[in-house]
Write a protein that binds this ligand. Sequence first.
Ligand code: PSU
Ligand code: MN
Length: 326
Amino acid sequence: MASSSSSLSRISTLQNHISPLEANNKLRSLVKISPQVSEAISSGRAVVALESTIISHGMPYPQNLQTAKEVESIVRENGAVPATIAILNGVPCIGLNEEELERLASLGKSIQKTAGRDIPHVVATRANGATTVSATLFFASMVGIQVFVTGGIGGVHRHANHTMDISSDLTALGRTPIAVISAGVKSILDIPKTLEYLETQEVYVAAYKSDEFPAFFTEKSGCKAPSRVDSPEDYANMKLNRKAGILFAVPIPKQHSAAGNLIESATQRALTEAREQNVTGNAETPFLLARVNELTGGTSLAANIALVKNNALIGSQIAVALSQLV
Ligand code: PSU
Ligand code: MN
């Protein structure tokens, strides 16, 4: 009883009885920033934010832990400081140590997938939460991080005209001036509608060294990218004073895109199964990712890992170029 009433008071403190500004200050006071990330932010060094749902829900254990560690190493080797973001026992953490990463990875899907709207609940109930792109953007911007690397962002789902399922990643990008580096958008989503929605949200979208917007597992989606940029330095120069975010879409490295057709047919089958089994809402993306991995005998997981590492490389170069702009 005591714990549930204190949870309630944490929720009301965060949401109801105080102004939005005070609520944000309160939430900020709960945030724990690791010493390395804190030092890097205050000295103006390059910092790269990393999300945690990709670890808990996007990949199976132990490949998820291995990948999370390798991605952090790539960021360090390229001159930036990694800041993996998650909520642990109700505390939003910016920068995780090895033991915290291990906990997140081994908890897997039992940890709550936390989008922006879920933050107050996870904090108030002192739960563990793996942050999606929308929640990670919120915390990264709170502490002034400007670059965020992930694999793929959420988007407009197929059949959104019936389900209204549009990821809050897109609206978060629309109001958060952070550069997000992804391999585009998966074909489990409706890619043309996702690009339209990003335009509505005033998100600047550019493909890296390509005229076409990439489709995660393949370099091509059939959709022209709204713009093209050819070097990390050019990306950094795009970071003008805007209120909206930037989506930098980096195509999967060529040697891994060959499996694209196999993965696409598995995706079609997984989509049919999701409809048959009535898997909807925030359970849909994790279901499809796991099912496509099973159906392709691990090929999609290997491609996913390769593209995330490539994004970490380019994202770190952008973060370093940005930190040298001032
Ligand atoms: N797409 C992927 N891998 C992922 C996700 C999306 O290829 O791990 C995760 C990200 O955390 C993203 C979230 O922010 O799923 C979007 O979920 P939803 O579609 O429920 O908004
Ligand atoms: Mn959704």
